[in-house]
Design a protein around this ligand. Structure first.
Ligand code: ZN
Length: 157
């Protein structure tokens, strides 16, 4: 029965196996601090909202890292590189025309996953493909939140 996921996993380079039966604390824990910083900055660059509250930005960054110090580094780096502008408790995303193209940048894989954002057990993992790496897995609602496709708060997993 593991034919599908085994096939998918075998295409990944060694050391980056992060699809199958990973429960917690998440698939990107093996990523280096630097890789996660890049992921975080890129994630902010891809948000579809022009402006968002700092807590919302942090909510997204937490899908990359739960480390407060790295979160701060990501925000600092994003600001330094002109990806975002920080204004008090809001972030303004400076668009470079780099939205996540949902259709081409979000892939789905079947397996036993735990949503990286809300921790819900899911059987279809949604992964966001960024230049700096892959982010996920997320449930179908959370991936939309992460990519900024849906705003608002308090939706279901
Ligand atoms: Zn979720």
């Amino acid at each position: 029965m593991p034919a599908v996921s085994a096939g998918a996993a075998s295409r990944l380079p060694p050391g980056r196996l992060k699809t199958v039966r990973v429960v917690s604390p998440g698939v990107n824990e093996s990523a280096s601090r630097e890789e996660r910083l890049e992921l975080g900055v890129e994630l902010l660059a891809h948000l579809e909202h022009e402006e968002l509250a700092l807590p919302d930005a942090i909510d997204r960054i937490e899908t990359v890292t739960t480390s407060p110090s790295l979160t701060r580094e990501i925000l600092d780096a994003a600001e330094k590189r002109g990806v975002v502008e920080r204004e008090n408790a809001r972030l303004r995303v400076r668009r470079g025309g780099t939205y996540v193209n949902y259709e081409s940048q979000v892939t789905q894989r079947e397996g036993e996953f735990e949503c990286r954002r809300c921790g819900t057990a899911i059987t279809t993992g949604h992964f966001v493909q960024l230049d700096a790496g892959e982010l996920g897995p997320f449930g179908s609602s959370c991936v939309r939140r992460v990519t900024g496709r849906e705003g608002g708060a308090g939706d279901a997993p």
